[in-house]
Design a protein around this ligand. Structure first.
Ligand code: HEC
Length: 153
């Protein structure tokens, strides 16, 4: 059964890569320089991450990661998000409030906590968000997320 699941993932990924070969640069470049196993894991994280993002984040930050005017900051091409992924991991779990500057715009709202999210779900969400909409930040692994969550202030 495990073997079957693995076979499906491998086949599925190979299939997706082939379909993707005609896609625009950005889709391709997020996998650039990765070995085969990392690519497969990245692909899994991206698919799962998109689902989790839709459930937990999209109603505020938007399907396109653009946020909402002066109320919700963007994640797409957002300097605040991309310059400090560990900080974003802590925010995803614990929420935050107070003033922040994102791409030169000030936000001073409150983001709710998501205590129910597992380290794996956060890894998938962060991988998805940091590699979509023009963002290219590589794979954020569950082990990294566990270590970072243990140290959030
Ligand atoms: C209820 C609306 C809401 C939800 C749901 C939500 N956020 Fe936020 N998020 C906000 C707001 C509002 C801020 C700005 C907080 C402030 O001004 O202090 C923010 C800030 C952030 C930031 C830092 C600012 C930036 O743009 O880089 C990150 C990263 C982030 N959110 C990620 C997430 C992720 C990942 C999820 C899903 C797990 C999520 N948020 C779910 C409302 C939300």
């Amino acid at each position: 059964m495990k073997l079957l699941t693995f076979a499906i993932i491998v086949f599925g990924s190979v299939f997706l890569f082939q379909c993707n070969s005609g896609k625009q640069e950005s889709e391709e470049s997020i996998y650039e320089g990765m070995d085969f196993r990392t690519r497969i894991r990245m692909r899994q994280y991206m698919v799962q991450g998109q689902q989790q993002y839709q459930i937990h984040c999209a109603n505020c930050h938007g399907d396109d990661g653009k946020g909402l005017g002066q109320l919700i900051p963007p994640l797409a091409k957002a300097d605040y998000f991309l310059e400090d992924i560990p900080r974003a991991i802590c925010i995803s779990r614990n929420g935050m409030k107070g003033s922040m500057l994102v791409n030169g715009v000030e936000y001073n709202q409150q983001m709710p906590e998501h205590k129910d999210l597992t380290a794996l779900e956060i890894a998938e969400i962060i991988t998805y968000a940091s590699n979509s909409w023009g963002n290219v930040s590589g794979l954020t692994d569950v082990k990294q997320v566990e270590a970072i969550l243990a140290k959030c202030k």
